[in-house]
Design a protein around this ligand. Sequence first.
Ligand SMILES: *Cc1c(COP(=O)(O)O)cnc(C)c1O
Length: 491
Amino acid sequence: MNFIETRGNDGHRPKQITFSQAILSPMSSFGGLYSPEKLPDLGIPFLEKHIQSDYKTLATAILSEFDVDIDAAVIEEAMSLYDQFDDPKHPVPVVKVFDELYVSELYHGPTRAFKDMALQPFGTVLSAVARKRNEKYLILAATSGDTGPAALDTFRGRDNVMVACLYPEGGTSDVQRLQMVTEDAENLKVIGIKGDFDDAQSALKTLLTSDAFKATLLDSGISLSAANSVNFGRIIFQTLYHVHSYLELVRQGAISMGEKIYLNVPSGNFGNALGGYYALKMGLPVEQIHIASNNNNVLTKFIKTGVYDLRDLGVIPTTSPAMDILKSSNIERILFDLFGGERTKTLMLALDHEKHYELTEDELAQLQAIFAADFCTDEEVSRFIKRSFDAGYLMDPHTATCFKAYDTCRADKTIKTIFYSTAEWTKFSPMIAAALTGEEGLHDIEALKSIAEKAKVKIPAKIEKLFQQPIAQSTVIDKKDIEKSILSFLK
Ligand SMILES: *Cc1c(COP(=O)(O)O)cnc(C)c1O
């Protein structure tokens, strides 16, 4: 499979590149991204062939349809990382919650959020590609709380790769912070920033596009890459579980083969939803994809009106912080797939420079044929968590945002829906405890115990252990010192 550029070619870069090139340098001409030139066909015959396949077998088969330039042995090693999930045979359980509603649990990996689904195999693949080319990479990650732990976990101790991870000091939960600052491998550096996630993210973007920074790194023989979902190496692993979840509904007798379903995705940077979109394009029977947001509801407005508007907007902190995002990077790949490179370049440059753009009526109709959207306030999220718990299912605040779109977006209420559950309750316990018992302002450890008792569930050992582990990373700095701090880590 080859990759082409979402904003067209600038005449200097190659017109198309391979998968391994796309994951090593994810940015393309005019500030665009790389997208697949053509998608494989995973229609009914493919699905029927894999009706009894376990997750790894199915995943390996889909990757081979993508025809990526990665050795089979590396793919096999990458897939073996799903063996560390709670149940190696079923890394992604799909659970019935109400009659028409199923939840695909994407959080059973080592860091208890869905970022593991892609970052676990991505770590193996990226490190193998770097080793094969005899190159050394610095991976930059900015995190609001889930990407950081998952990126550190996957690259811990790996050859040819170092990670510098920026997080907003005070802006994550205790569990998320401890997951990062207890990492003590030599190739990992965790840096707390005095500022918010936007500060961390913009510092990262400045470094990624700074020629001076790149030149300094190259002097020490180090190249630069990124681990967020602009990297197609993450997206490819996020198409797999959509196909798996569909087949799981067929296996459970919830639907017959070929019957259409709704996907309902709690969205921020739109990597998860983009994976669902590609699955649909490849032939998965999906009626429509419903996009759930919190009060940062740019995507809801965009899908309802065709206007993407960042003017006069600031990020609103919510109880679902991994979705506190305004500039949703992977929308660009949707624009490219629907409307082509020239139009995408016009729209994205308008967003970069004028902070807004608007689709034509015809374009909006094409978008709405595939997507519908709605958003939740924090109060609604609390109520949905409580309602779901009373019905026997404990969920995290990100997953709970799906309920609003579930209530308002389904044109046909007989069609089954899959919610994608993106985090375990353990990562956001203070707000869940408040929703369930009314206890406000608990620390994570108290909230974890309170919920575990009320819900009669166990706190996973990996989470409980965090509170006893020594702190290995204590750097907290002003944002102007980020570059200096990274360079001194590299020495
Ligand atoms: C990253 C994340 C999201 C958003 O996913 P995108 O692919 O960026 O849309 C939602 N929920 C949780 C818990 C996350 O960590």
